[in-house]
Design a protein around this ligand. Structure first.
Ligand code: HEC
Length: 107
């Protein structure tokens, strides 16, 4: 019985760790690497969330500047926190932002 209780405690600790790694505060300290991004998902997300202001090739529109040469850190920060007239885009996970960053290599 004692062993069973220990096992339950062990597994519930594992569960808590899993949850805390995926919550928003853990996301905000993560960094991204465009080489790890999924290009096809990123292209879809970019067209849905970014192209209206930054154009399909990142060259900019009247609503947003050219972002073709921005770094991974600048992309992550702009999307998580917003910048100037750009709102934070809170519906995207850090993994999805990493996918979007992969698209910047195709600009
Ligand atoms: C509503 C229009 C709008 C949308 C949608 C938008 N942006 Fe922006 N973005 C802007 C504007 C405006 C700026 C310039 C902000 C400034 O420097 O004041 C900007 C700046 C940036 C920058 C430059 C940040 C820096 O540090 O210089 C990056 C990178 C960026 N956006 C990425 C994205 C990505 C990726 C998406 C989609 C997930 C996106 N933006 C969606 C308007 C938008």
């Amino acid at each position: 019985m004692y062993k069973v209780v220990l096992l339950v405690i062990f597994f519930s600790c594992g569960q808590d760790l899993g949850n805390s790694l995926s919550d928003a505060s853990a996301n905000s300290i993560r960094s991204i690497n465009r080489a790890d991004g999924d290009l096809s998902n990123g292209a879809l997300r970019y067209s849905q969330h970014c192209a209206s202001c930054h154009n399909s090739d990142g060259s900019g529109t009247s609503s947003g500047p050219n972002i073709q040469s921005k770094s991974d850190a600048q992309i992550l920060n702009a999307v998580l926190n917003g910048k100037g007239a750009m709102p934070a885009i809170t519906s995207l996970s850090v993994d999805e932002i990493e996918d979007i960053a992969a698209v910047f290599d195709t600009f």
